[in-house]
Structures are given as structure tokens and as C-alpha cells.
Design a protein around this ligand. Structure first.
Ligand SMILES: Nc1ncnc2c1ncn2[C@@H]1O[C@H](COP(=O)(O)OP(=O)(O)OP(=O)(O)O)[C@@H](O)[C@H]1O
Ligand SMILES: Nc1ncnc2c1ncn2[C@@H]1O[C@H](COP(=O)(O)OP(=O)(O)OP(=O)(O)O)[C@@H](O)[C@H]1O
Lengths: 219, 219
């Protein structure tokens, strides 16, 4: 069981803290807003009121005992930076921080943190990709321009073989069917005459350009 | 080439608009903040100053000509809701909207939009999962509790066969190796004596509980 300290209980910090609790971890949440802390008291292992720009308050939180410390303070650059400075002085090693701008990101990197997150920007990019490729439900980037994508199985593909489906889509030769999830089973051996059923989930792999040309012909 | 209208050019809206441009689409950005619009004028096909709570201004934007309209206004519930109301009156069908709270989400659903997004919450959940499973780089949910995960290939696995690796990890029998990406190649046929090399990326599939028990023994 791991222990996490989450500083700043806005939408982003609270979502992290709640999900870490759901995954079975010990989570202590900290914020200066007493009303907020009281409201969230039952959602975490512990919820504490503290001003993290005060080094003494951070020392009392015993921040080095945690597997990771998350700092999710967005609207005040000064607060976020001071907090990180104090955590580093106390010897905290694993720090994940929200950044609100490129300038904020640069300062955080110079101070030395484990990971900088821009929630709005990272989600914005994902949403744009979902708008641009409506037939792709989710994807994984595997490096060297190779992607795994999970695609909508169109009704006209039901009870058709992979050979039939791929022959309709020219340019498909550089895309491979990787796996089909059928109910609770994962099928990894996919011969050309494998037949797709209605509730199947199909995962393909290929280069970005091959998948793009496939996507344009998809709909 | 598709056409998108992005209303509200904060961090989230701007990230969507820029990524849609990068993917080769026509993108028109709209905001009431003239300074912001001027700064972003070269990043989009067009950047316009307008107050979207004014139905006449929206009518002049010809919002129905777009494949989708994104409304990325977070801090004013009233502005977001009025904008959606006008878009629906004008007959816009495909509307994706940022929500800032559960109450906001409920109202948007009642008005009838295509998709509601909580960028901070959705990113918060992803970050918590990355903190909880440090060995998993990315994942896909395939339904029925089945996941695809891309995992770190540990140095002690280099030049070892899949048989050797999986025998070290008990409980691994219910997890399947789905694909290995090696440089620009995707290997989908993975016999037990397949040897992993240093820069390989390994993708596994299994139920959440099987992957969880594997993860705990991983490190
Ligand atoms: N000095 C401080 N010590 C502890 N908590 C603080 C301090 N300053 C601000 N906070 C808290 O951090 C939380 C998040 O801060 P803020 O509102 O700046 O972030 P945000 O990025 O706008 O939030 P969201 O995650 O909702 O987008 C708030 O609940 C605030 O009370
Ligand atoms: N009536 C309006 N018409 C057009 N644009 C507007 C209107 N009201 C607000 N905006 C713009 O919407 C943008 C985003 O709004 P807001 O700051 O409320 O969202 P946010 O969710 O806090 O942003 P972020 O994406 O940075 O988290 C701002 O740039 C603002 O100028």
C-alpha cells in the first residue's frame, strides 16, 4: 500500500486524490480552504488545513514519508513555486506538479520535479484527436510513428472475415489486426478468415500515415 | 478537410484548436478577449472577436456550416449555457462542451450536447493511475474488465524469452502478450520462445485483477 500527499484540492487535485483512494492507497489531502477540507474529509485517509508556502507547515506534514507528493495549485505561480522549493529543501524526491503556463513549466523543470502536467492542454490534444478521427475510440503511441488504435466495428462488418474487411479498404496492407476482444476473451491469433461478431472490439496497429489513409476511407 | 468552430480560447480551447490545425483541418477560433484573438490570429484559419451570449453574433458566425462546434468556456456557467442554447436554436447538431462542475454537466446533458468534457477530472484520473502503476506507460480499456497495457521492459528482461519472463511472474498465466513493437515493426506472432530486445515495447492484455497482481510483483 503506497502513501501519497496531494496538495491543492481543486478539480484536478481532488480527482487525483479520489482515484488514488479508489485504487487502494493511503492519501492525505491538504488545502488552505477550511470549508473545502471539511467537505472532503471523508473522501481521503486524512484531509488537513495548511498553507504550503510556509516551510514549517510543510515540515509538520512530514512530506518525505510519502511515495509521491502531488502539487495541484494552478492559479498562483508564486504559491506553487514556493511549495516546490520547500519540498525540495525538505528532501522530497518524487514530485508531480500541475503547470498553468509554459513559463511555469520552465521554472518547475529548473527546480527539478519528477513530472509536470498541463491538464487542460493534454486533454485538449486528446479531444482534438477524437474530433479528427471519430472512428477511433482510443489509441496508444508505441514510438517510431507506430500506433495501436481501437476502432468502431461498423455494422456492415458483422459476420465478415478480416480478409473481406481489409480488402474493401485499400492501403490497408500496412495496417495489422493485432487483437480482438470478444466478451471477456482476448484473441491474439487472427487468421485472415477470422470472422468479426457484433460486440467485438478490434485493435489495429500501423504507422500514423497508414492509419490516417485507412481512416479517411473508413466513413 | 473538416471545419471546426472553437469558442473560448483559454488553455483548453486553444489546445484543441491548435491540434485540429496541426491535423490539417479548417479551424475558426472565437473569443471576447481582443488581445487574445490578435495574439492567436496566425495559429488558426481565422480568429474572430465575438460575444457568444449574443444570438445575433452566433448567427453571423454561421455555426451550422461546421462539422463540430466546441464550447470551451469554464468559469462562467451562464455564458456556457446561453451559448449552447443559441447553438441549439440555430440548429447546430455536433456540440462538444467543457463542464466545470457536476451541476454544469447535468444542465448541458438536459440541453442535449454530443459530448461533455471535464478536462481537470479526466486528467486527474489518468495521473492517479500513472502514480499507482509506475510500470505501466499507457493503457486501453476494452470493456468487460479487459485492458491492454504497454509496460516498461526492465533491463533484466533484455535477451530473455517471453517464457522465461512470464515464468518469473506468478499469476501471469491469465495475462497474454499481445504485441511487441521493435523499431518500426509490429510483431503480432509471439511464440513462447520470442526473445525481447532492449528497445522493444511490450503490450499485454488481461483482466484488471490479473494485471494488478502482475504489477505488484513487477517491481
Ligand atoms: N498556499 C496554499 N496552501 C495550500 N493550498 C492552497 C494554497 N493556495 C491555494 N491552495 C489551494 O489549491 C487549490 C487549487 O488551486 P487553484 O484554484 O489555484 O488551482 P486550479 O488549477 O485553478 O484548480 P483546478 O484543479 O480546479 O483547475 C485550491 O483549492 C486552493 O485553495
Ligand atoms: N461570452 C463569451 N464569448 C466568447 N468568449 C468568451 C465569452 N466569455 C468568456 N469567453 C472566453 O472563453 C475563454 C475561456 O474561458 P474561461 O477562462 O472561463 O475558461 P477556463 O475553463 O477557465 O479556461 P482554461 O481552458 O484555461 O482552463 C476565455 O478566453 C474568455 O475570454
Amino acid at each position: 500500500m503506497e502513501r501519497f500527499l496531494v496538495i491543492g484540492l481543486g478539480r484536478f487535485g481532488t480527482a487525483i486524490a479520489k482515484e488514488l483512494v479508489r485504487l487502494g492507497n493511503i492519501v492525505v489531502g491538504v488545502d488552505t480552504d477550511a470549508k473545502l477540507v471539511n467537505r472532503l474529509a471523508d473522501s481521503f485517509t486524512e484531509a488537513l488545513i495548511a498553507d504550503v508556502t510556509d516551510e514549517q507547515a510543510l515540515r509538520e506534514l512530514n512530506a518525505t514519508q510519502y511515495d509521491a507528493v502531488v502539487v495541484a495549485i494552478g492559479s498562483s505561480l508564486e504559491t506553487s513555486i514556493l511549495c516546490i522549493l520547500h519540498l525540495k529543501t525538505l528532501g522530497v524526491k518524487n514530485i508531480w506538479v500541475k503547470a498553468a503556463s509554459k513559463a511555469h513549466h520552465t521554472i518547475l523543470s529548473k527546480l527539478g520535479v519528477t513530472r509536470v502536467i498541463h491538464p487542460e492542454v493534454e486533454m485538449g490534444v486528446r479531444i482534438a484527436q477524437a474530433l479528427n478521427y471519430p472512428m477511433i475510440n482510443q489509441f496508444m503511441r508505441l514510438g517510431n510513428g507506430i500506433y495501436l488504435v481501437e476502432v468502431e466495428v461498423k455494422p456492415q462488418w458483422h459476420n465478415k472475415t478480416l480478409r473481406e474487411i481489409f480488402s474493401q479498404l485499400s492501403g490497408a496492407d500496412s495496417v495489422q489486426a493485432v487483437t480482438v476482444k470478444r466478451k471477456t476473451e482476448i484473441k491474439t491469433v487472427l487468421p485472415k478468415d477470422f470472422v468479426l461478431l457484433e460486440e467485438d472490439r478490434l485493435v489495429l496497429a500501423g504507422s500514423q500515415s497508414a492509419l490516417k489513409s485507412l481512416a479517411k476511407r473508413w466513413f
